[in-house]
Design a protein around this ligand. Structure first.
Ligand code: NAI
Ligand code: OAA
Length: 261
């Protein structure tokens, strides 16, 4: 697997370390990187033995790459996913919030069918998606919600001296207001009832250090209540370590002959 990486932040650097330095993907290597800050991208490319691309288009079009990982932001997915998939390359998306737009989702799906490419959406900083998908398969999933609690440093505009509910509403609205904080609500929507029917509450809490997500769902299967207490990435309190691990896990399991879950 010859991988191209977009984004050299927390998740990107974790992947470079895990794959290119620690060899955690036996048949894979990140052979190309594009990140917005060229100075740090050059440094990362040197440190982790990969090629630094000066513009995103050349990375996407490179014949040396057969799968692209987006670890940047929602806008990058909106701007480049179609080009990547049309070129026949597979795409792993970290900023799954981009797919809250149903028209965009369908457009990408059509491109994949025509170009025989695939999109991989990691579970990110949460779990429980297998339960929602199973419950939905007979159309008897009734409700899905997520309550996210993060320290104020992770949430724009949060007060540092008291707990505050920053948002309460649907996943569709939540991702528009907090695009770097609540991608989890969109993967939950895609596995379950869609972004208009997934309830979201975001709480800023100065008493916590971890990013926690409480997922609740109900249907004919029974009820789900799952609390994830995530350690943040060392350099970015917004992003949970599990989000980075889940991208690596998708890559590790991509071509497995036995699929679990
Ligand atoms: N699904 C999930 O559970 C989660 C998803 N995310 C998503 O993953 C993204 C990456 O997370 P982190 O690595 O923690 O963020 P980060 O802020 O540490 O890194 C983002 C990187 O992307 C680069 N970048 C920004 N705009 C770019 C562009 N136009 N082209 C190329 N590179 C660009 C930045 O320079 C930076 O290196 C987040 O923005 C968020 O959308 C983050 C956390 C959890
Ligand atoms: O990392 C997390 O806990 C969740 C997050 O930022 C996101 O979903 O965008």
């Amino acid at each position: 697997m010859r991988i191209g990486l977009i984004g050299g932040g927390n998740i990107g650097k974790f992947l470079l370390q895990s794959i290119n330095m620690n060899g955690l993907l036996p048949d894979g290597k990140i052979v190309g990187l594009y990140s917005r800050n060229q100075q740090s991208a050059e440094q990362l490319a040197r440190e982790f033995d990969t090629e630094n691309y000066l513009d995103i288009q050349s990375l996407i079009e490179s014949a040396a790459i057969d799968l692209v990982i987006e670890a940047a932001n929602i806008q990058v997915v909106k701007d480049y996913a179609a080009t990547i998939l049309k070129s026949g390359k597979d795409l792993v998306v970290s900023s799954v919030g981009a797919l809250a737009d149903g028209d965009f989702y369908q457009q990408l799906e059509k491109i994949c069918q025509e170009a025989r490419s695939k999109i991989y959406l990691p579970a990110g900083a949460i779990g429980g998606l297998d339960i929602l998908k199973a419950a939905k398969s007979i159309g008897e999933l009734e409700s899905v919600s997520i309550i996210t609690r993060k320290p104020p440093q992770a949430l724009p505009g949060a007060p540092v001296d008291r707990e505050q509910v920053m948002f309460e509403g649907t996943a569709k609205e939540a991702i528009e207001l907090f695009p770097k904080n609540i991608n989890v609500s969109i993967i939950l929507s895609l596995a379950g009832l869609g972004p208009y029917k997934t309830g979201v509450k975001i709480i800023s809490d100065p008493a916590v250090r971890k990013n926690s997500h409480l997922i609740e769902a109900a249907g004919s299967f029974g009820a789900l209540s799952l609390q994830v207490e995530n350690d943040p990435m060392p350099n970015n309190p917004k992003t949970s370590y599990l989000a980075a691990l889940s991208v690596l896990s998708v890559l590790k399991n991509k071509d497995a002959v036995v699929k679990v879950g």
